[in-house]
Design a protein around this ligand. Structure first.
Ligand code: P71
Length: 472
């Protein structure tokens, strides 16, 4: 890893390890049996079958000693817990949004916001929708539209802010087909679907102006906002000396509210929130919250969780933490690049996105190439990744480009060391070296919504095994 503190000494993890968890070591035979049982869907593996788990960076962080301490002093009052007061004041201080409520995770916040604001026939623009965001927009009869810049779809473009919104495309939607039918504009920071790529402050400012000129509110999906702010500090002119908190204030000043899955830059295993400046909307959200999640001072969480989130949100803004986090992803990218493995460049904030089309050019979408690659990484070294492509996004989003097709190696926060990542790079490189022999998959069970979670597959050309339900 690159030395970052100016001393010339080798960079190290900015933490030491106080509690450890044994890594399972499944044998090749055990992995093969596990794949068969799982219907070649890595969501169906059990954790003891996995050596390195890069399925997601969501809810998989290691909490700090201070966060564990916050759990111990949790105040489990149903209403008016002091942990809620701490949670509320922390988020108000970071974002400036006056009204907010906890939810059990990000998609619950999405459900509240979209079910309150959207009606059938509406359009919701977003740089790129993530899977649950897209599903909630559609669940309310509205149409999700992706409006990221062209460079977001060019896997080799060195653009520093590939998460940016294409401003002419946004104007065209707001004044054309979507005129009078866009209840909110949303921007996801960082853009997960497009590789964890950041959005610049300059771009957010322009989006905010466009939306507000038409009296449309701007909401941010802020689940990886601290990583986004770090990139702004690194890459945007005039930002190098500003703190993450300061950059955050500049970001949130442009928006009317946000949803957040705290399972990312909140450094916790569960939790989220929705926040707004609009007192009238807040009252409507609260009604839905009480119906689906819980009383507004806990929102479906244990009160101690709110305490851990408040601490985690602050820790995620610390520069030594963020520097290591972003450099760790870059380090894995560097090892893969040295072995000629194709992936989205530059690396984003929370993982490496393997370029499926270039990795397995002999396989097509019908072969479920992304899934086949994810299966192969598990087979080779017990590494679990996730397909972020045609299976996750089943054509439900309107966009101007051919959809992206990735296998994501998501890096959990504060969990793995450089040695673990070197192991991952070697596993990926070995699969790359024997890529021509990788065969496709057929989908034997396709659920109607969010198919990636529960679909089942079988090796192409093989006899289709019965599903557990059929076997019963
Ligand atoms: C991620 C996830 C969660 C996930 C998705 C698919 C497979 C495994 C895990 C969740 C997000 C997200 C954005 C930008 C809202 C949510 C939902 N991401 N917006 O990337 O990335 O939050 O999971 O707390 O409900 O692995 P939630």
């Amino acid at each position: 890893m690159r030395a970052v503190d100016g001393t010339g000494l080798p960079p190290i993890e900015p933490f030491r390890i106080k509690v450890v968890e044994r890594l399972p070591q499944p044998t090749p035979e055990e992995r093969e049996r596990a794949l068969e049982r799982a219907g070649y869907n890595l969501f169906n593996l059990t954790s003891d079958e996995i050596r390195i788990d890069l399925l997601t960076d969501s809810g998989t962080s290691a909490m700090s000693d201070h966060q564990w301490a916050a759990l111990m002093v949790g105040d489990e009052s149903y209403a008016g817990s002091r942990n809620f007061a701490e949670f509320e004041s922390t988020i108000q201080a970071i974002t400036g949004f006056p009204h907010l409520m906890p939810t059990h995770q990000g998609r619950a916040a999405e459900n509240l916001l979209f079910s309150t604001l959207c009606k059938p026939g509406d359009f919701v623009p977003n740089n790129m929708h993530f899977d649950t965001t897209q599903a909630h927009v559609r669940n309310n009869g509205a149409r999700p539209v992706n409006v990221a810049i062209d460079e977001a779809y060019d896997l080799d473009s060195p653009h520093p802010f590939k998460g940016n919104v294409d401003l002419p495309a946004l104007t065209a939607l707001l004044d054309g087909e979507g005129s009078g039918r866009v209840p909110l504009v949303m921007v996801t920071i960082t853009n997960n679907t497009g590789g964890g790529q950041p959005v610049s402050l300059e771009n957010l400012r322009a989006v905010s102006e466009q939306a507000h000129a038409r009296r449309i509110p701007l909401y941010l999906d802020m689940c990886r906002w601290a990583e986004n702010a770090y990139f702004i500090r690194q890459r945007e002119p005039g930002m190098a000396d500003r703190s993450i908190a300061d950059i955050g204030r500049a970001i949130f000043a442009l928006a009317d509210g946000a949803t957040m899955s705290a399972k990312k830059d909140g450094l916790v295993n569960i939790g989220g929130f929705v926040a707004t400046r609009d007192p009238e909307l807040f009252e409507r959200l609260k009604e839905a919250l009480i119906l689906y999640e819980g009383f507004p001072t806990y929102g479906g969480l244990a009160r101690r969780d709110l305490g851990a989130i408040a601490v985690g949100l602050r820790e995620a803004m610390e520069l030594d933490y963020l520097e290591h986090r972003i450099e760790q992803v870059r380090y894995l990218g560097g090892l893969l690049a040295a072995r000629g493995v194709p992936f989205l460049k530059p690396p984003g904030g929370h993982g490496i996105y393997l370029d499926v089309r270039r990795f397995l050019p002999h396989l097509t979408e019908e072969d479920h190439a992304g899934q086949a690659l994810a299966v192969e990484l598990y087979r080779e070294g017990g590494v679990r990744s996730v397909e972020v492509g045609a299976i996750m996004f089943d054509g439900g989003v309107t966009e101007r480009h051919a959809p992206l097709d990735f296998v994501r190696l998501a890096i959990p926060r504060r969990v793995y060391t450089s040695a673990h990542l070197a192991y991952v790079a070697e596993v990926v490189a070995r699969v790359h070296a024997r890529r021509e022999g990788v065969r496709g998959l057929v989908m034997t069970h396709r659920p109607p919504r969010l198919p990636h979670f529960t679909a089942r597959f079988a090796p192409a050309g093989a006899k289709v095994p019965p599903t557990p339900a059929e076997r019963r």
